[in-house]
Design a protein. Sequence first.
Length: 155
Amino acid sequence: MPGDLRPAFLFVGAHWHSCLMNIGKDLLGGPPPTLLPLDTEVVAAFAAGDSHEVVAAAFPSSSLAWAAMSDEAWAHGRVIESYAFARVGYHRGLDALRRNGWKGHGPVPWSHEGNQGFLRCLKALGRAATAIDETAESVRIEAFLIDCDPSIPRD
């Protein structure tokens, strides 16, 4: 029958359904966000009042412990120590990301609490690199932070 619009409506309906099914998905084929497990033992140790040194010694693979060490050193004006602690936590975090499926790129959302230890180390590393005029490192870290999650708080 001329002018029959049923095939067009079926196509549009199927296309619309396909669009609805893809809301929130990365249609460009990027990697899914990497979500690190929460360091519950580290959080509990801090909550119990353990010092940053004790926690880092007990949990040396935890980026969260190294982030606390870095922030404490920074607060006391020990820039090089802050840099070193952040560097350790950064590398421990890269190891954890890879163990959890990260392939060297893709989102690492700040909103996921388990990622915050690594991201705090990355921020602290950038902060200290800036303080010692390591410009290339500062620029690289800023780009890495944006790649991980553009909404990471900047303080």
